[in-house]
Write a protein that binds this ligand. Structure first.
Ligand code: FAD
Ligand code: UDP
Length: 384
């Protein structure tokens, strides 16, 4: 029998596997999908050679030195810096909200101080509150007119949940700047894996101590790595949805999923940018991704007269859908806390990752939490 079984070959599972193998343990990873990498998996389109992020655009960024050092063991990164634009009332603005967005929206030429004073005034009664939800946080950050133009309807499409029920942290992901800097992220390090996400992930588990079984579902008793066969017999790291592990005993945690619709054009560039958001309800999707624009350094692929666009349609996830975004209303948080109590009674299973932790983690946060879980929770379970 192997020393450790990992359910899920996403970044959380891969990081734990890599750490365990490096420390001399044998590891078996299973995943119900046909590939490793979880939601960060990508492939190269056969016709065009464009790298497609199968589960939505993935941009790596971090300010965490430990994570940056760790990921650089397995891949180098391009010098890509993420930029997003947003269409509102047939006009295109830079995102996230910055002095360029503000001056274009108000047809003005405010200085940073003038713009900041204006936004504070427009935040009205929310200027001085400690924001309790997305609505309050959004208005406090950018004032009512900009909130209504760029956040309100996009958020309604993305979450279909009253913003007063959503965590304020969702909107704090975006910087607000009173300069013309429109970089989407505010982290120290940023870039895309030079030869693609999947090559990075393959190198993480290129170790004779690691075996991988794909197309293998932890809840399928017809295969030997099922929950019923393993539970209590071997240490398990579980990165699937926490409510599924407990057979939804306390109810179902709410998730959003995304459907992607592809459009192909015989044009060098269709959007002219990597990501275009759509602020208004008339456009039913939240954003469009033009994948080739993530990799301008792949000059042959970038300059050909073919391009691929994916439009993102967000909706609530059913049990058979891929869970992507935890909704995290107060009701969800309470249910999750109760599942955590159940988790405490499973001493041989460590839960983690975006699904196991019901957390809106970016890749660097997933890796960081896996490195911590390895030393604090998983290594102590393994016999020397
Ligand atoms: P996952 O990647 O979800 O992997 C979990 C794995 O477990 C899956 O492969 C799944 O098949 C498997 N599994 C589940 N149940 C079972 C079962 N019963 N049996 C066997 N296997 C099972 N992060 C960034 O840093 N930058 C971005 O730009 C970014 N964009 C994103 C866009 C979208 C649309 C989404 C959804 C996420 C994005 N992320 C981004 C977040 C990033 O995807 C996650 O941080 C990371 O992939 C989480 O890794 P994980 O291992 O926790 O989960
Ligand atoms: N958001 C918005 N308008 C935008 C971009 C983002 O209202 O143009 C809000 C929306 O609620 C979204 C959140 O900010 O869910 C976080 O945006 P981000 O781009 O970080 O989301 P992700 O890339 O994780 O989907």
């Amino acid at each position: 029998m192997t020393d450790l079984v990992i359910v899920g070959a996403g970044l959380f599972g891969l990081t734990i596997a890599q750490q365990a193998a490096e420390n001399g343990y044998s590891v078996h990873i299973i995943d119900k999908r046909s590939h490793i990498g979880g939601n960060a998996y990508s492939y190269f389109d056969k016709e065009t050679g464009i790298e497609i992020h199968q589960y939505g655009a993935h941009l790596f960024h971090t300010s965490n030195e430990r994570v940056w050092e760790y990921v650089n063991r397995f891949t180098s990164f391009t010098n890509y810096v993420h930029h997003v634009y947003i269409t509102h009332n047939d006009e295109v603005f830079p995102m996230p909200i910055n002095l360029g967005t503000i001056n274009q929206f108000f047809r003005s030429a405010y200085t940073p101080d003038e713009a900041q004073a204006l936004i504070e005034k427009q935040a009205g009664e929310y200027a001085d509150v400690v924001p309790q939800n997305l609505n309050e946080q959004g208005i406090k950050l950018i004032g009512k007119p900009l909130y209504e133009a760029f956040i309100k309807n996009y958020t309604a499409k993305q979450w279909q949940t009253d913003p007063s029920q959503l965590p304020a942290s969702i909107i704090r992901r975006l910087p607000v700047r009173f300069t013309y800097n429109n970089n989407y992220f505010k982290d120290k390090y940023e870039g895309l894996p030079t030869d693609g996400y999947t090559a990075w992930f393959e190198r993480m588990i290129d170790d004779p101590n690691i075996e991988v079984s794909l197309n293998t579902d932890f809840f399928d008793d017809s295969q030997p790595f099922s929950k019923n066969h393993l539970r209590g017999n071997v240490p398990i790291v579980y990165t699937g949805p926490i409510d599924r592990y407990f057979d939804y005993a306390l109810g179902t945690l709410k998730w959003r999923t995304v459907d992607f619709k592809e459009r192909r054009f015989n044009e060098v560039n269709h959007l002219g940018c990597p990501v275009m958001n759509y602020a208004d309800t008339e456009v039913p999707y939240t954003r469009s991704i033009e994948f080739k624009n993530f990799n301008p350094e792949r000059e042959k692929v970038a300059s050909q007269s073919k391009t691929i666009i994916w439009d993102e349609y967000s909706r609530f996830a059913g049990k058979d859908d891929d869970p992507y975004y935890p909704v995290n209303t107060a009701e969800d948080k309470e249910m999750f806390a109760q599942y955590k109590d159940m988790e405490a009674k499973e001493p041989m299973t460590v839960f983690g990752g975006r699904l196991g932790g019901y957390a809106y983690y970016d890749m660097h946060q997933t890796i960081n939490s896996a490195l911590t879980a390895w030393s604090n929770e998983v290594a102590p379970l393994l016999k020397k």
